[in-house]
Design a protein around this ligand. Structure first.
Ligand SMILES: Cc1ncc(COP(=O)(O)O)c(C=O)c1O
Length: 338
């Protein structure tokens, strides 16, 4: 129960490296460090790389914890719209050209390529490759934040951007939060050793090391093969709940409502008719004991007011049925009042 090295428990790092290498990467131990949740990694990257007024590019929508971490270091955010395959590459290039013409410094591109939070979309390999080419051309680092990657119910996994770019431009963030326990606060970062050295220096002043006790618990858990066993059970359970929630949406939601049908992750992303503001129906839903996250919080340009993120993994089928029914009633009442 002593302090450990800032880089993380050697046996845990080794097991994670071997696991990734079995999945197609070619890592050595210097390419991987342990962090106190991937949220810490986002914060450390922002601390190390960003100066006030630097630009960070993210998706429209994008994970709120990422957006907030960049803005507290004084960065400016520029959002790029997504279509059903993820970030639109042409829009990304147009934005990079415009920002360059304006003399703005773009440092980071923040992506959630697998089951994007909140939109649930996975970027195909072809787009991943194009985005890496653009990052090279405009000299930007890519943060590949991928906590949901392993929570896949069906379909083929796409390649990690880390695998597609051996040049060291991609910093990949992974986490035990969605595959084991978020309360453990353990994640890991894969990247070029020169980048990881800087993150380790920043981590030393943040928390010295991630809990050595929890790291050893996880290492033991992995050694016994329990991670893969539990992950399979988790995926089966979440798949069932996803499928059930989709059935409830079809059954109860009015015609004008649209929603995603994700192949993994934890969320449906719902688009209401333009006339409805999700903030307006939030309290009415809460009064009926139904909660969701208003979509506008994920849009750095103050749009997305008619969207919401709904979790399907937590509630049991009875609760899902009741919840979707009540939510549909609130939406129908709001539509009728317009
Ligand atoms: C996209 C994304 N990144 C990072 C995090 C933070 O994860 P962690 O618990 O590993 O800090 C989350 C949590 O929901 C997330 O959705």
């Amino acid at each position: 129960l002593q302090y450990g090295t800032t880089e993380g428990d050697p046996s845990l790092r080794k097991m994670l490296v071997e696991r990734h290498n079995r999945q197609g990467l070619n890592l050595s131990i210097e390419n991987l460090i342990i962090v106190t949740g991937s949220q810490q990694a986002i914060d450390l990257i922002a601390k190390v790389f960003l100066n006030p007024d630097d630009y960070v590019i993210c998706g429209l929508p994008s994970y709120l914890g990422g957006i907030n971490a960049f803005t507290v270091y004084g960065a400016k955010l520029k959002g790029i719209p997504l279509d059903e395959q993820g970030m639109i590459v042409e829009e990304l290039e147009d934005t990079l050209i415009t920002l360059r013409e304006l003399g703005r410094k773009v440092k980071l591109l923040y992506l959630i390529p697998d089951f994007q939070n909140p939109a649930g979309i996975t970027l195909p390999n072809s787009r991943r490759e194009k985005i890496i080419q653009l990052a090279k051309k405009y000299d930007i680092l890519i943060i590949e934040d991928s906590p949901y990657r392993e929570v896949r119910f069906e379909g083929e996994p796409q390649k990690l951007m880390q695998e597609l770019d051996p040049s060291g431009r991609v910093i990949t963030l992974c986490s035990f939060s969605k595959i084991l326990a978020p309360g453990f606060r353990v994640g890991w970062v894969i990247g070029h050793p020169a980048i990881l050295d800087k993150l380790v220096m920043a981590k030393q002043t943040a928390d010295i090391c991630t809990s050595t006790f929890v790291q050893k618990v996880i290492a033991r858990y992995m050694e016994k093969g329990l991670l893969e066993q539990n992950l399979k059970k988790t995926i089966d359970l979440y798949r069932e709940r996803r499928t059930f929630m989709l059935q409830c949406f079809k059954k109860y939601m009015p015609e004008a409502v649209r929603w995603t049908e994700p192949q993994g992750g934890l969320f449906l992303f719902v688009t209401l008719p333009q006339t409805i503001n999700a903030n307006d129906i939030f309290n009415k839903a809460i009064e009926r004991n139904v909660a969701f996250v208003t979509g506008s919080t994920f849009f750095c340009n103050d749009t997305g007011r008619n969207t919401m993120r709904i979790n399907f993994s937590y509630s049991n089928p009875d609760e899902i049925d009741t919840g979707v029914k009540r939510l549909a009633e609130v939406i129908c009442e709001e539509l009728a009042s317009k």
